[in-house]
Design a binder for this molecule. Structure first.
Ligand SMILES: Nc1ncnc2c1ncn2[C@@H]1O[C@H](COP(=O)(O)OP(=O)(O)OP(=O)(O)O)[C@@H](O)[C@H]1O
Ligand SMILES: [Mg+2]
Length: 332
């Protein structure tokens, strides 16, 4: 049977990444951060992106958003969003898309927020930048509404305060308020809770899911935590060495795992209380896994409904031939 390769379709996807290659210029020479990443984000879904540190999760998304450091260059590929290739956009157009159609929540709200501007003014600024026609009064009312929506008590008082007067969890709530202020179609959250206490993490994740549903946006959730993925994601993209190695609906990823790297990730079971320890385990377990050098063997092949894996691993997990996998799928 001819293999069915994964292709990202900009006509159905909200964000369609196609073969994105990004390089960094370092003192040691050119380093490839990501090496041909393709995946879709579909309207309204929660897409989890997982992979160990350095696998390319952030560089992929930063390439699409035009937020790479100056040492980085996008070599090739496309990032289609609403009929526009974000990789070809002017900075002016991109900055209109960011904050309006795409809201972003970063790991560390302290560096993302302006320390010398009140929290209310920062939310208002994001509203003003993207809705020049909005009156001051309407803007002020919306700021208070947003603060209250993200669970900040006493919004009128809090709006006047500065980021350092907020706890880490409250600052992250402010970031979420800014991200959803203009009712984006897509929210990107890159490790949104890593810097927070365990008890606060769950609250912020609940908040993200709630606002995602309210705004009707898609959510890309980048995380090391497979427990979080299991609870929140509809689909999952697994990255390793700057490439996607497997992508599947969340149930298939956990119960019909195809790639040894995904299996290694799942094997080092997530513990909500020890991010660092878990990462070390994942890295030691995945060390020694052969990186397939041949580009053809890294193409993603369909192995089940909406389930794709690097073609070198497209045989069934129990070692049966690909044909057996295909017939199983027809029965299902
Ligand atoms: N500023 C940089 N300079 C040089 N290389 C970089 C830089 N940032 C990233 N890279 C390269 O890009 C690769 C992917 O990095 P990226 O930040 O996307 O990883 P990640 O999956 O987001 O990791 P983490 O989980 O630690 O956030 C790294 O392995 C590294 O080779
Ligand atoms: Mg990252």
């Amino acid at each position: 049977m001819t293999p069915e390769y994964f292709t990202s379709d900009p006509a159905t996807a909200l964000l369609s990444l196609q073969e994105v290659v990004t390089e960094f210029h370092t003192e040691q020479g050119v380093v490839r951060g990501i090496d041909g990443v393709s995946y879709d984000v579909r309207p309204g879904e929660c897409l989890g992106v997982v992979g160990e540190s350095g696998s390319g999760k952030s560089v992929t998304i930063m390439s699409a958003l035009g937020l790479l450091p100056p040492s980085a260059t996008v070599r090739s590929g496309h990032a289609w969003f609403d009929g526009t290739d974000l990789l070809q956009c002017s900075e002016r157009r991109l900055s209109r898309v960011r904050g309006k159609e795409i809201g972003v929540v970063f790991q560390d709200p302290m560096t993302a927020l302006n320390p010398v501007m009140s929290v209310g003014a920062q939310i208002a600024e994001s509203l003003r930048a993207h809705n020049p026609g909005m009156s001051r009064t309407a803007r002020r009312a919306r700021v208070l509404e947003l603060l209250s929506d993200v669970g900040i008590p006493d919004p009128a008082e809090r709006a006047k305060q500065y980021p350092h007067q907020f706890s880490g969890g409250m600052r992250q709530r402010v970031m979420v308020a800014i991200a959803i202020a203009n009712r984006p179609k897509l929210i990107i959250a890159d490790e949104p809770t890593t810097a927070l206490d365990v008890t606060v993490q769950a609250q912020i994740l609940d908040l993200l899911l709630r606002v995602q549903a309210e705004v009707g946006a898609a959510l890309v959730l980048i995380t090391h935590d497979l427990g979080v993925i299991a609870e929140m994601a509809d689909r999952v993209v697994v990255m390793n060495g700057g490439r996607v190695v497997e992508q599947a609906p969340v149930d298939a990823l956990f119960h019909d795992t195809r790639h040894p790297y995904t299996r290694a990730l799942l094997g080092s079971l997530p513990r909500m209380d020890s991010d660092v320890g878990r990462l070390a385990t994942v890295q030691s377990q995945t060390q020694g896994l052969a990186v397939v050098p041949d580009a053809a063997e890294q193409r993603l092949v369909r192995v089940g409904p909406d389930h794709y894996v690097a073609s070198a691993y497209a045989h069934r997990a129990d070692g049966a031939e690909p044909d057996a996998a295909e017939s199983k799928e027809v029965v299902a």
